[in-house]
Design a protein around this ligand. Sequence first.
Ligand SMILES: Cc1cc2nc3c(=O)[nH]c(=O)nc-3n(C[C@H](O)[C@H](O)[C@H](O)COP(=O)(O)O)c2cc1C
Length: 182
Amino acid sequence: MTETVQLIKKRASIRAFTDEALTEDQLQALIDCALASPTGMNLQNWHFCFVKTKAVFEEIEAYLVNRILSGGNEKIKALIASRNNRIFFNGALVIFITTKDGGSLVEAGIAAENIVLAAESMGLGSCILGGCREAFEAERGDYFKKLAGFPEGYEFAAAVTIGHPAISATPHALCPDKVTVI
Ligand SMILES: Cc1cc2nc3c(=O)[nH]c(=O)nc-3n(C[C@H](O)[C@H](O)[C@H](O)COP(=O)(O)O)c2cc1C
């Protein structure tokens, strides 16, 4: 197995981070790996908001948690409680991947995977996030888009929270029956 294959197989989502910040080199490597992602016809119809100002994503988190806790969906309430009522898990950095003009979720997903594998290779933990989409689509959507630095006309596609792991996690089981080889 190559180092890359080993890295891919050992990654698992991390949902608790220490207070340690990332270094400038780590930040730059993550930026480079996001920008190295492929897109159809190399159109690059995305924009990455690298948010290391915790007050920004903690405000979004507080809004989302409050929305969930005051809503009627008991299943999502239980899920969020099992995650200590955290959305970004005290990450040192949250990256919002945004797209415009037909930039696709596939392309955002590819960028997210580039980012999490780069993080893993540097000994950092990460978790891809889709659930925070609601903050950018509900009544305060425009406010949160501005707060997180979305350029005009860009919409939320995915997010990634990254930091120094406070816990370890086991990679999910592989399901060979999800594959056909002919
Ligand atoms: C598109 C997408 C959206 C996700 N959204 C969330 C989320 O909102 N919150 C969360 O805690 N995890 C989220 N995850 C992480 C998944 O729950 C996780 O990848 C899955 O359980 C498999 O575990 P693993 O990452 O450890 O292999 C998301 C993952 C993907 C790919």
